[in-house]
Design a protein around this ligand. Structure first.
Ligand SMILES: [Zn+2]
Ligand SMILES: [Zn+2]
Length: 112
């Protein structure tokens, strides 16, 4: 996680966060400033927030062919910055990896 600091005074120690729907409302204890921080996860490998959540079947990696569970689909985050895969998990796979899903279309969708 990149360090969060107050955008007004730069303090990064006296911050309190409050989960609210999709966002986290942060309050700076030093100057009283409040602001929203969205909960976009960041790459654990390089800290970039330029990551893409991609629905991936877990069937292959589970190695239990033919066994379908309702949780067979999960979101895997791919980092456009360093090419890491599953970068929000506790065991990210360092890049460069090809974008999951064999897709260049994702970039197109993002208007890049
Ligand atoms: Zn502040
Ligand atoms: Zn990264």
């Amino acid at each position: 996680m990149p360090t969060i600091a107050c955008p007004r005074c730069g303090d990064d120690e006296d911050l309190t966060g409050e989960q609210r729907d999709e966002a986290i409302v942060l309050t700076c204890g030093a100057c009283g400033h409040r602001w929203d921080r969205d909960t976009r996860p960041a790459c654990r490998l390089c800290g970039a927030e330029d990551i893409e959540g991609i629905r991936t079947s877990t069937l292959e990696e589970a190695g239990r062919a033919g066994v379908r569970t309702p949780s067979g689909i999960r979101l895997v985050y791919y980092c456009w910055d360093c090419g890491g895969l599953d970068v929000t998990s506790s065991s990210p796979r360092p890049g460069p990896n090809p974008p999951p899903g064999g897709s260049r279309d994702l970039r197109a969708l993002r208007g890049r």
